[in-house]
Every structure is written in structure tokens, then in C-alpha cells.
Design a protein around this ligand. Structure first.
Ligand code: DX5
Ligand code: ZN
Length: 216
């Protein structure tokens, strides 16, 4: 079953409650993008916004850390109620196993993320430990970019490897340029969680867009 995770990066911050309720009513997961201006050349939002969302959220919160030293902030996001926390392999490299452990110790599902230019084989050593994999289908840092079609082969490669190691249940999340136009092929390639920012929150009818993406 495909789960839809609207990215609040594209929300209307003057009317955040409205967009939070859209996710509560129509979607499955809150996707929260944390950017530090160092790992990526952009700064998004931090603890006060996540805390505000948590106070109304009826669906799990998925915190996508685009920051250096993710280990420093994982306990705090977990305490705010994040059910899923992911960090970039490029920010942790050989510490990735320890970071996955830290997320688990803090009671959240652990995800490892890679940008489109990172070979998928780099994260194969961690697939035995991760609860989900997040494949970026644009370069992390900004909403509203164009979907990179080579992501489809990357999803298939990770799905194959997960089957090979006997972990076919691990979620593959895809993030960047996702819309009703590519949701179907992403699901058929093996993705199980679709993140969408602009496609949902810039739409006239976000509920209808979510419904279309769920159908694939
Ligand atoms: C980009 C973020 C995404 C972003 C997606 O670095 O990780 O979650 O919000 O935005 P859209 O769906 O507009 O590409
Ligand atoms: Zn994201």
C-alpha cells in the first residue's frame, strides 16, 4: 500500500493549521524537512515549527534531516514525537551504522537518505539495519524541482537488494518532484512512501491530488 507524505516545506506558513489538518484528514505521514544552510545551501525551519505541528498531528511525523552532525539533534526530534527520522549517508559516511542505532535507541524508525548522485551500493551495507530508505529524486535543498527519471532504476536496484537480503518489507520513500504524473511508475518500481510538497500544497484541491497519488 502506498503512503503519501506531504512535505510541509511547501505549506502556507501563515495558515499552517489548515495544511496540518489536510494531512490529518487525507494523507498518511507528515514529512518535515530540516535544512541547516551547511549540508544544503538552504535553511528551512526548526524545533518551534515541528513542535507546533506535533501539537495537532494525528499522523506520524517523518523528520528528514539535511544537516551536518545529525547525531547532535536526533534525540531532540525524537522527544518532540518524530516517529521516523532519516539522515543523509553523505553527512555520516562510516558513522551511518552508529546513527541508525542512535535513532533506534531514541525510539524512532530509522531511515538513510542519498542524493541522486550517490551510488545506491553505498547504502547496501546498512539495509539490514534501516527501517526505510529515502531516495532523493531531486538534489536535497529546495522544493519545487523537477523529478529526475533515473530515480526509477535506483528504486528497482534497492528493492532488488532488499529482497535478496530477506528484508522485502523495508519501505522505500521517494522525495522530490513527485506528483500524480509519476506516482504510478514510482509505486510499480517499488516505492512505498511518496513525499510531495508543491504537488499537494500548491494545488487547488490538495485532497484530490493525494487521492490520485494513492491510486498510483
Ligand atoms: C527537498 C525536500 C523535499 C521537498 C520536496 O530537499 O527534501 O521534501 O519539500 O518538494 P517538492 O515535492 O516540491 O519537490
Ligand atoms: Zn524531504
Amino acid at each position: 500500500m502506498i503512503q503519501i507524505a506531504p512535505s510541509l516545506l511547501a505549506a502556507d506558513f501563515l495558515h499552517l493549521e489548515k495544511d496540518v489538518q489536510t494531512v490529518n484528514r487525507h494523507a498518511d505521514i507528515f514529512h518535515l524537512d530540516i535544512m541547516d544552510g551547511s549540508f544544503v545551501p538552504n535553511i528551512s525551519f526548526g524545533f518551534p515549527v515541528v513542535e507546533a505541528v506535533a501539537s495537532l498531528a494525528e499522523k506520524p511525523m517523518d523528520v528528514h534531516l539535511m544537516i551536518v552532525h545529525p547525531e547532535k539533534y536526533i534525540p531532540r526530534f525524537a522527544r518532540l514525537g518524530a516517529a521516523m527520522i532519516s539522515f543523509h549517508y553523505e553527512a555520516a559516511l562510516e558513522e551511518s551504522a552508529a546513527v541508525l542505532d542512535l535513532i533506534h535507541e531514541n525510539g524512532a524508525k530509522a531511515g538513510i537518505v542519498i542524493n541522486p548522485d550517490c551510488p545506491v551500493e553505498k547504502i547496501f551495507p546498512y539495509l539490514g539495519q534501516a527501517d526505510f530508505v529515502l531516495l532523493m529524486s531531486v538534489f536535497a535543498g529546495f522544493g519545487g524541482q523537477k523529478f529526475i527519471p533515473e530515480t526509477l532504476d535506483r528504486i528497482r536496484a534497492v528493492r532488488e537488494e532488499l529482497k535478496r537480503i530477506g528484508r522485502p518489507h523495508v519501505d522505500i520513500e521517494v522525495d522530490g518532484g513527485v506528483s500524480p504524473a509519476n506516482a504510478g511508475e514510482l509505486a510499480r518500481a517499488g516505492a512505498t512512501i511518496l513525499v510531495a510538497g508543491s504537488a499537494v500544497f500548491k494545488a487547488q484541491d490538495p485532497a484530490e491530488v493525494i487521492r490520485q497519488m494513492k491510486q498510483g
